[in-house]
Design a protein around this ligand. Structure first.
Ligand SMILES: NC(=[NH2+])NCCC[C@H](N)C(=O)O
Length: 310
């Protein structure tokens, strides 16, 4: 079934149009924005994709479309409304909707991607949203910032990654301003551009637990997170490179994650999914190998538009 952007959910005369709002990464997800990978290609703009190219990988469009459909179907089956942005032929990374906008407690904020080939993705998403009455609340125009570096962890705590290449200190500050004004604590984490985005190394599972690639995260960051009462479930570097850390929490209980197998780099012969299951979560594993080879996982493929409570 082809899902048009919000078509069935947001009739023009809808008395209660969708109000974007997210105040925590693990509140119940009701609405999410995706974009089909119709034009997915290996752009050598991150370390993982460059490795794929070196290894002779090229995208199988049939597999990418099938994997993305399975993701959309899984979300729909779990009661999440999927809003699909039309794919533009010039935008090879457009399926990674996470990076171009972030929903905050006050509404949708357009970001300022660092890479020129990703900049117009913001306009594409906003045009699709506008056709259904959803308007952005703000847009970052100073510095650069990409959504993979933004973790609205839980009410009162915002975590921002800054590699200096994708997200700069200036972009992070511009995004953080309304949070700081509202009294949120903002944790800024600077790391090497090799790791691309914060969400390749750190993702919230529920209010008090997160997956974390402790091998590569700085000690001070691990301590700062732990001091927040957030327990870390470790993910190996190899598994996080396969986007094993890059998960989507549907409600703090159900986790959509990649089926990275144990021999692709998990500790003690267990997969990351095994560890998350053991911690008591309901895990749904999906094959996203085509996207992982292009540097993005399930967190990158999904841009939450509303979570409740928000
Ligand atoms: N949130 C993320 N980690 N997104 C991954 C984006 C991957 C994409 N190839 C890029 O380099 O921009």
């Amino acid at each position: 079934m082809k899902l048009d952007f919000a078509a069935e959910r947001l009739p023009l005369n809808d008395p209660a149009p969708l109000r974007p709002g997210v105040s925590g990464e693990t509140h119940r997800l009701t609405d999410v924005v995706l974009c089909a990978p119709s034009n997915l290609a290996t752009v050598p703009c991150c370390s993982v994709t460059r490795e794929s190219i070196r290894n002779g990988f090229s995208v199988s469009m049939a597999q990418a479309m099938a994997q993305h459909s399975a993701l959309t179907r899984t979300l729909s089956q779990r009661g999440v409304r999927c809003h699909i942005v039309p794919a533009h032929p010039d935008l090879a990374d457009q399926c990674f909707t996470r990076d171009v906008a972030v929903t905050t407690p006050w509404g949708l904020v357009g970001l300022n991607p660092a890479l020129s080939h990703r900049r117009s993705e913001v306009d594409q998403m906003f045009a699709a949203l506008a056709r259904h009455g959803v308007q952005p609340y703000d847009r970052v125009v100073s510095g650069t910032i990409e959504g993979g570096d933004v973790c609205v962890a839980r009410p009162g705590l915002l975590i921002l990654g800054m590699s200096g290449e994708r997200t700069t200190a200036e972009g992070a500050s511009a995004f953080a301003a309304p949070f700081e004004k509202d009294g949120w604590q903002v944790l800024r984490y600077a790391f090497d551009p090799h790791f691309l985005h914060l969400d390749t190394m750190f993702c919230m599972l529920d209010q008090d637990r997160a997956l974390a690639c402790v091998d590569v995260l700085d000690d001070w960051f691990i301590e700062a997170i732990t001091a927040q009462g957030i327990e870390l479930i470790p993910v190996s570097y190899k598994a996080s490179r396969r986007l094993g850390c890059n998960i989507l929490s549907l409600d703090g209980k159900t986790i959509l994650m990649s089926s990275v197998s144990a021999d692709e780099g998990s500790s003690d012969g267990r997969s990351v999914a095994d560890d998350v299951r053991k911690a008591g979560f309901d895990v749904v594993e999906l094959d996203i190998s085509q996207f992982a080879a292009c540097g993005g996982g399930i967190h990158c493929l999904t841009m939450p538009l509303r979570r409740e409570p928000c």
